[in-house]
Write a protein that binds this ligand. Structure first.
Ligand SMILES: [Zn+2]
Length: 365
C-alpha cells in the first residue's frame, strides 16, 4: 500500500507490541498483528482453554481445550507468521510484574476482562509512558480508545473510580455475543498498526462506542483530566497500587468465603442419595434461559424471585439448592435461612460440577 510502503513494513517489523490476554479480544488482535508482520509480540496469559471460550476466542480450537492459552496461541500465531518473535509471559499480571513487563514494549493492547486489571494496565502504561490501546466488551456492546498517549487522556481520566464490585457482571456471567470481541479486537489491531506507522487519526481522546445489536458506532470526546491522580498535573499515584483492593474485590472475596460457609453436598453424594430414593427437594435458582440449556429436574425459582416465591417451598423438607457454579445457590441458602429454612444444602460447584463428576451428558455453558 502506498501509505505503508517498504519503510512502513520495516516499522512493523521493528515494533514491539504487548497483548495483555489471549482471550476474546486478544485472539483477533494477535492474529492480525502477526499477519501484518509486527516483529515482536508479547503475550501475557496464565489461563487454560475451556470449552466455553471457543465461541469467541478464535485463537483456540476444540482440540486445545485443557491446554494453556499461551501454548495454543503461540502455535496458531507461528502458523500464520513463523517470522514473528513471540515473547511469552505465563503469569497473572499484577502490581509486582507489570512495570517490568511493559518497559520493553512500544505499546500495550489491553484485552483484559476485569476492572482491576484494566486499572493496573492503565496505570502501568502511564508510569512507563506506553500508549494503551484499549477495548472492552459486554453482551452486545463494546468500546475502544487509546489511553496514556503523550498529551492524551488515560482510562482514569474517563473512569476515575471503578463500579462497585458485583454491579457489572463479568462476560462469563452476563454473556457476550461471540463476534463482538472479533469486531473490537480488530479495531484494536487497526489502532496498533496506525500507531506503529504514525499514520491516520488515532483514537486518542476519543471513545468509540459500538452497539452491535443496533449496529451503531458513536464517538465521545474524552479530555485529559488535569486532576487525574495518575496522569494529571500533580499525580498522587506514583507507583502501582493494590488493584484488587482499589476495585473493592477483597470485600467481594470475603462474601464468597461467607457463601462457602453454607453446608454443602458433593455432586456424587447427591447422586447417591437421589438414586437411593431419598426424599430430597432440588431447587434450581438459575434463570429460565439457563434451565433451558440443562437442568437436573429441580424446581426452578430464579434467585431474584426467591423472596416472593418462598411459599412454594416446604421448610420441613431437606432442600438441595443449586445454580451454575455454587455462588448464587449459596446466596439463596443464606436467604432461606432468614426465612427459617434449616435443612438446606448447597450443591458444591453447581451444575457444572455435576456435569464433571456425575453426568458428562449435561452440557456446560
Ligand atoms: Zn488520567
Amino acid at each position: 500500500m502506498p501509505e505503508v510502503t517498504l519503510e512502513g513494513q520495516k516499522k512493523l517489523k521493528g515494533a514491539r507490541v504487548l497483548c495483555v490476554g489471549a482471550g476474546g479480544l486478544g485472539s483477533p488482535l494477535a492474529l492480525y498483528l502477526a499477519a501484518a508482520g509486527v516483529g515482536t509480540l508479547g503475550i501475557v496469559d496464565f489461563d487454560v482453554v475451556d470449552f466455553t471460550n471457543l465461541q469467541r476466542q478464535i485463537l483456540h480450537h476444540t482440540r486445545d481445550v485443557g491446554r494453556r492459552k499461551l501454548d495454543s496461541a503461540v502455535e496458531k500465531l507461528e502458523a500464520v507468521n513463523p517470522f514473528v518473535n513471540i515473547e511469552r509471559f505465563d503469569t497473572l499480571l499484577d502490581s509486582s510484574n507489570a512495570i517490568g513487563i511493559f518497559r520493553d514494549f512500544d505499546m500495550v493492547a489491553d484485552g483484559t476482562d476485569n476492572f482491576a486489571t484494566r486499572y493496573l494496565v492503565n496505570d502501568a502504561c502511564v508510569l512507563t509512558g506506553k500508549p494503551n490501546v484499549y477495548a472492552s466488551i459486554f453482551r452486545f456492546e463494546g468500546q475502544a480508545s487509546i489511553f496514556a498517549a503523550p498529551d492524551g487522556p488515560c482510562y482514569r481520566c474517563l473512569y476515575p473510580t471503578p463500579p462497585p464490585p458485583g454491579l457489572v457482571p463479568s462476560c462469563a456471567e452476563g454473556g457476550v455475543l461471540g463476534v463482538l470481541p472479533g469486531l473490537l479486537g480488530v479495531i484494536q489491531a487497526t489502532e496498533v498498526i496506525k500507531l506503529i506507522l504514525g499514520t491516520g487519526e488515532p483514537l486518542i481522546g476519543r471513545l468509540l462506542l459500538v452497539d452491535a445489536l443496533d449496529m451503531r458506532f458513536r464517538e465521545l470526546k474524552v479530555r485529559k483530566n488535569p486532576e487525574c491522580p495518575v496522569c494529571g498535573a500533580s499525580p498522587t499515584i506514583r507507583e502501582l497500587v493494590d488493584y484488587q483492593e482499589f476495585c473493592g474485590i477483597r470485600g467481594e472475596e470475603s462474601a464468597k468465603d461467607k457463601a462457602q460457609n453454607v453446608p454443602e453436598i458433593q455432586p456424587e453424594e447427591l447422586k447417591r442419595r437421589l438414586d437411593a430414593g431419598e426424599s430430597l427437594f432440588v431447587l434450581d435458582v438459575r434463570e429460565p434461559h439457563e434451565y433451558a440449556i440443562c437442568h437436573l429436574g429441580g424446581h426452578l425459582i430464579p434467585l431474584g424471585e426467591l423472596p416472593n416465591r418462598v411459599h412454594e417451598l416446604d421448610s420441613s423438607r431437606e432442600i438441595v439448592v443449586h445454580c451454575k457454579g455454587g455462588i448464587r445457590s449459596a446466596k439463596a441458602i443464606d436467604l432461606l435461612r432468614q426465612y427459617g429454612f434449616q435443612r438446606t444444602l448447597n450443591l458444591a460447584g453447581g451444575i457444572l460440577a455435576w456435569s464433571d463428576k456425575v453426568d458428562p451428558s449435561i452440557p456446560k455453558y
